[in-house]
Design a protein around this ligand. Structure first.
Ligand code: GDP
Ligand code: IMO
Ligand code: MG
Length: 432
């Protein structure tokens, strides 16, 4: 029986990972985040309550689920505590006791958002459109081996030395390269010392917890953040985030071995969205795109920015299916396509010399030369909102899903017809 299930984004983020992770963690003992930080915004809807989690794993609403934050995640302590307070205010009073953090997590410091914003300003028209949360600069420091980690909070003298070196370098850049005000070392060090007892009391060996859970046959959900085409190595570089968002990142970021995983559930919308800059071949800059944005409430959960919208891209999905070893796809927001005369699926990209390519390129600039090739299908006028059985869907909606599976090469195992838990059609249970 599959006990270890990965849930990850197959597009450019915001696919609906939060809804599905929340649903599936009803059955799990543990949920673990492996990468990203508070650039993520995962929406959980239960009745009239809507909660957006950023750093906290989406299993937090289930009282028996322990929420782990693996070493691959960058942790901004203020953001984490802020979220815990929000959860407490929403009635999740035991949130703090159920969240465990790896000592290996990179600490996201106040200097990181400052550098992030300075770097975006410098990029000018080539700005990436980051969330401004300092995610990229924090990963830079980690990879450059000057990062400060959660475990360092247990050793004030080591912390002081590492922080001084990091801030010396970063403040030099802030002042002399970005022309921004410096950030006070004393202030940051003092703040870290005061929050240290609270954060260090949450430390656990995440990798060891996962090994133990596996031996005991417990169910574990690995929750991805962002999406496949925001991956640092396989996304539309440089318009990407700074971590490995693909399935492999769940292993490196949590400390679970590759053979630990039993099932990889890709999450994808029945259309496509993207926030921030970068290529988006199937983008719709017209009334159809605007209609999808309105009906789908496509505004960022973290920054409130309007999301760019477009048709479903099967070329991209084929790459996502291969890179992530997708076992199945949860197709989200089918209801948003209700009422359209026709719907389109991108099945290939056309190059300037007329040749067709069925896999996406790796660099953003290579996208400038591709034109999407579409297959057009009839739409449906009936509402699919809240439908819970496959055979209650309009025939054209079923045909759309079937064709999308054929051209993407991945089977749809869950269909989502609304933001709430019960607005879901189950075809296959990843944990069964
Ligand atoms: P995530 O980052 O992948 O967790 O996705 P977000 O939470 O950023 O964005 C997904 C949005 O779509 C949220 O507002 C969800 O409540 C909403 N949503 C999820 N599934 C459905 C669905 O099937 N239909 C509709 N209409 N909304 C959905
Ligand atoms: P969830 O987990 C959508 C995008 C930003 C920007 C790029 C780099 O909710 O799906 P960063 O701040 O990470 O350096 O920004 O990545 N981005 C997301 N887009 N959903 C997300 O997370 C995102 N996290 C980052 O908009 O284009
Ligand atoms: Mg989101």
């Amino acid at each position: 029986m599959p006990n270890n299930v990965i849930v990850l984004g197959t597009q450019w983020g915001d696919e609906g990972k939060g809804k599905i992770a929340d649903l599936l963690t009803g059955k799990a003992s543990l949920v673990v985040r492996s990468q990203g930080g508070n650039n993520a915004g995962h929406t959980l809807v239960v009745g009239d309550k809507k909660i957006v989690v950023r750093l906290v794993p989406s299993g937090i609403l289930h009282p028996t689920c322990t929420c782990l934050i693996g070493s691959g995640v960058v942790v901004n302590p203020d953001a984490l505590f802020g979220e815990i307070e929000e959860l407490k205010a929403a009635g999740v009073t035991d949130a703090e006791e159920r969240i465990k953090v790896s000592a290996g997590c990179a600490l996201l410091l106040p200097i990181h958002p400052a550098i992030d914003k300075g770097a975006e300003k410098k990029r000018g028209k080539n700005a990436i459109g980051t969330t401004g949360r300092g995610i990229g600069p924090c990963y830079e420091d980690k990879v450059a081996r000057r990062g400060v980690r959660v475990g360092d909070l247990l050793h004030p003298e080591i912390l002081k030395e590492k922080l001084a070196a990091l801030m010396d370098y970063r403040n030099f850049l802030l002042k002399n390269y970005y022309n921004e005000p410096e950030i006070s070392f004393d202030q940051v060090y003092g703040d870290l010392l005061s929050l240290a007892p609270r954060l260090t009391s949450m430390i656990t060996d995440v990798s060891a917890e996962l090994t133990k859970a596996r031996a005991e046959g417990k169910k574990v959900l690995f929750e991805g953040a962002q999406g496949t085409f925001l991956d640092i190595d396989y996304g539309t570089y440089p318009y990407v985030t700074s971590s490995n968002t693909v399935a492999g990142g769940c292993c490196t970021g949590s400390g679970a071995g590759p053979l630990h995983m039993d099932y990889v559930l890709g999450i994808g919308k029945a259309y496509t969205t993207r926030v921030g800059g970068g290529p988006f071949p199937t983008e719709l800059n017209d009334d159809i795109g605007e209609g999808i944005r309105k009906r789908g409430a496509e505004f960022g959960a973290v920054t409130g920015r309007p999301r760019r919208t477009g048709w479903f891209d099967a070329v991209a999905m084929r790459r996502a299916a291969a890179i992530n070893s997708l076992s199945g796809l949860a197709l989200m927001k089918l209801d948003v396509l209700d009422g359209m005369d026709e719907v389109k699926i991108c099945t290939a990209y056309k190059l300037p010399d007329g040749t067709l390519t069925d896999l996406p390129p790796l660099a953003a600039y290579e996208y400038e030369n591709v034109t999407p090739v579409y297959e057009t299908l009839p739409g449906w006028k009936e509402s699919t909102f809240g439908v819970t059985e496959l055979d209650k869907l309009p025939v054209n909606a079923r045909n759309y899903v079937k064709r999308l599976e054929e051209v993407s090469g991945v089977k749809v195992v869950i269909l989502s017809t609304g933001p709430e838990r019960n607005q879901t059609i189950y075809i296959e249970d990843p944990f069964a």
